[in-house]
Write a protein that binds this ligand. Sequence first.
Ligand code: G3P
Length: 225
Amino acid sequence: MKLFLDTAEIGEIRTIASWGVLDGVTTNPTLFAKTSGMTYDEVLKEICTITDGPVSAEVVADDVEGMLKEGRHFAKLADNIVVKVPMSETGLQAISRFAAEGIRTNCTLIFTANQGLLAAKAGASLLSPFVGRLDDINEEGMIVIRELSDIIRFHEIDSEVLSASIRHPRHVTESALAGAHIATIPFKVFQQMVHHPLTDKGIAQFRSDWDTARKALEARGKKKG
Ligand code: G3P
């Protein structure tokens, strides 16, 4: 399973890359709005120097020609850019046009398996169901991940299910068990995945026991001398 980082913050991307676990990055206008001082193009180019994996850049136009213009521009920034297009009738048109041009796309804002199936048929490389936002409205986001992953594998469709809107570490585990090819994870959740109270307690205990043993050895050495 591949793990992407869901952020536009360069520092966060460098950190997760340094752990050796970063397979790609997803950005969107909301995540870009949290950054400061760089244009979206500059942010995307910088991210693409940190990872060779897919980097999603989202279009904001709501008409096909506008989406194509923005997406073609993003695709020229780096070889690993994937154009993120929202699920809609115009979005599907843009996805199929991008596919014909050899530009990879990530269909975002998917909330049903049928939307994912349509995006795959139109030629999207990545299909992004939003798990957390479905949970927020009292639906079961993970059902969409499971259904869409089953459909993709059963029919041998050449698209990958990317579990998005991840809110906590259980979402990652459940996405992996439900068959998602990828999860895109916020920085904070990556950190939560690393830690466990018993791990942290165990590290402190080993360090303290090591210091005790070392001091005892030193004391014995001093006595002999
Ligand atoms: O990748 C999509 C993701 O950023 C949406 O997450 O938490 O805004 O629902 P959220």
